[in-house]
Design a protein around this ligand. Sequence first.
Ligand SMILES: [Ca+2]
Ligand SMILES: [Ca+2]
Length: 227
Amino acid sequence: MRLMFIAVLLAQAAAYGEQFFLINTCETGYHETFDCFEGTYLSLTNGFSVYKEYRTVMTNGDLDFRGVCEGGVTAGGCYSLQTASNNRALGFQPTDTKYTPGIIEMRITNASPYDIRTFSLSYDVVCLNNSDRSSSIKLEYGSPNVLSDTASSINNLTPLLKDVSPVWTYSNVVAEIKPGYVLKRGACFVIRWIFDDAGGSGARDEYGIDNIKITARSAGGTVIYIY
Ligand SMILES: [Ca+2]
Ligand SMILES: [Ca+2]
């Protein structure tokens, strides 16, 4: 039975053409730190995808995966943002043609024996405010292969006017996600962070996300900790 279930999940993965993150344990948490992200496709955590335009997913060999940076870059790309000596985040240097909009997508599959009705989500918006432009990170979620089917009201902005001496800043965001339907065992769910311009002109801030913590809650009231 278990082998059959795994086979179904793998078939779904093949159908989506991408890996996804399995929620398959109780009481064992999930906390994505991106500290092992090298700014490459192959170092992306399972279940995560990056789009440099609204529907253009980045694949292995895409030259806009530009490795690790400490900030102050000008080349548009997806970077591992080295925000401290032992801390990295997943983010972008956007340009006129790249990541405006861009997407970080997290594909989740309920591989647990429970029905899931809600998720408690926490993440940090990471920013190096080194340009006179404001950018946004909007949270969206929904079913796989459907963009923008359920928008959240959460939309975080980077500051418009650049700082005199920019440093990496972290701003925590918490959200309760209610899909509106029960995620049965084997069902998939997608959370997206939409990056885009929000005001100003010229170059853009470097920004991204870090410390994703997610808790799935079952229909029966059982809490499944996955951070
Ligand atoms: Ca980190
Ligand atoms: Ca700015």
